[in-house]
Write a protein of this length. Sequence first.
Length: 212
Amino acid sequence: MVPADRLLAFAAMSLLLIVIPGPSVLFVIGRALAQGRRAALTTVAGNTLGAYVLVVAVALGVGAVVERSVLVFTALKLVGAAYLVYLGVRAVRQRRSLHAAFTGEGPAHGGLRTFWEGFAVGVANPKTIVFFAAVLPQFVDRSQGHVTAQMLLLGLVFNAIAVVCDSVWGLAAATTRDWFANSPRRLAMIGGVGGLTMIGLGVTVAATERRE
C-alpha cells in the first residue's frame, strides 16, 4: 500500500527524531533511574499507546484535510518545521539540564499508574504531535488511495521504532546510571547533538516538497 521507498524514508526520518532525547525519553529515563527496568518498560508501553492515539487523530482528521488542500499542507509543514527548529535550539541551550533527569528520584508507583503516566506523556508530547501533523502526510501516496490506512501503517512503523529506541534508553539508564550521573559533560554532549539533529530535521521538513 505504501511504496517501499517512502516507507524506508519515513522510517529513517522517524529514527532521527526518536533517538533525540525529548519529553518522552526523559520521562522513561526518570522512571528507570527512580524505579528500575520494569517501570521503564511499562512507561514505554504507555508512551507508545499515547503516541498511536496521535497517529489515529491525525489520520482521521488532519489527513483528510491535507489530502485536499495544498495550502493546509504547506502551512502545517512550515509550522511544524519551525517548531522542530525551536525545540532543537532549546535543546542545545538547555543541554546541561539532562543531568537533572539522571539524578532525579521519585516515589515508587504501581505498574498501572506508571503505564498511564507514560500514556499521558506520549499523547501530549509536542515533538510527536508536530511530527505526525507535519511530516506523516508527506509520505502518503495519494495515487494508491486509502490515505487513512497508509497513515495508520506509517504510524505503526514509527511506534515500532520508538518502542525499541525508548526501551534501549530506559534499560541503559537503569544499568549505567552511575556512569551517566557522574559525568554531566557526557549528558550535555548528548543534548547538544540531539538539538542540532532536531534543527536539521526541521530544515529538512521545510525544504521537502509535497509528494503526489
